[in-house]
Design a protein around this ligand. Sequence first.
Ligand code: ARG
Length: 299
Amino acid sequence: MSAASVSSYLGVNTQSHTVRKRRDPSVPDSRVPRRRRYLVCEPRHFAVQYAINPWMRPGEPVDVVRALDQWQALVDAYRAHGHTVDTVKPVPGLPDMVFAANAAVVVDGRVFGSLFHAPERRPESVPYEAWFKSEGYEVYHPESVCEGEGDLVPAGRWILAGTGFRTTREAHSEVQEYFGVPVISLTLVDPYFYHLDTALFVLDDDNIAYYPEAFSPGSREVLARLYPDAVLATREDAMAFGLNSVSDGRHVFISPGATGLVGRLAGRGYVPVPVDLSEFQKAGGGIKCCTQEIREIRS
Ligand code: ARG
């Protein structure tokens, strides 16, 4: 890597709005970013036409120009931090197709497709599968309902898997069998946090941030056992979509409304990069929902 690309990769000469905060001197400034490949879908046909989560009010006007601007700012922020961004072409009549995370989960270059819970979203699988095929991937078709990275979250040595509203427990077994990676089942209990990626995100291979009250008591205990040093979020952070964030191991692309969480992450040596996707909250989505990570085999 050239010196120039290293500095842009490390975010040295990036965005003026990168948040820097006075940090706890006992926390080493050693967070290392890893280059990622993301798949996104332009919100050209984004709208709220049906209600499949408590955030959605059908007929609520969506400002598509604003949505397009906000989405473009997210793509620009990823690229400014050295990440690759691919796009799948949006299809008219699929207003939630912008939420690319739901279409699949990709681990070691293998694609586990989705079987959407809502009939309105099922047709999204077709254009996403076409994209994967055009890139040379085969797509596994699950037998049980599951919604990609919305509920199936690769976290280093295992996959954290949500259930309760969308993805079924049967799908968790199917994922484990397909990838041969241990799957940790977690039960979501609050309808506002209907997908795992609205209540938890992976900071790096070893740590996560999450909102404990979104989980059943047993699942909370599991998370506390696995992640004693997790960054905990409040309900305010979670309602501001602060847990629907994307981390490259150092930079955390996060909703600016989650002020408490932004401060806590900075205090732990991460670099929050605020990106406002408020228009997408009308559909119950945020940064992570709009982003699917394509994970190749790591060298
Ligand atoms: N309206 C969409 C739904 O309810 C939002 C999906 C958000 N995606 C996510 N990964 N949480 O399905």
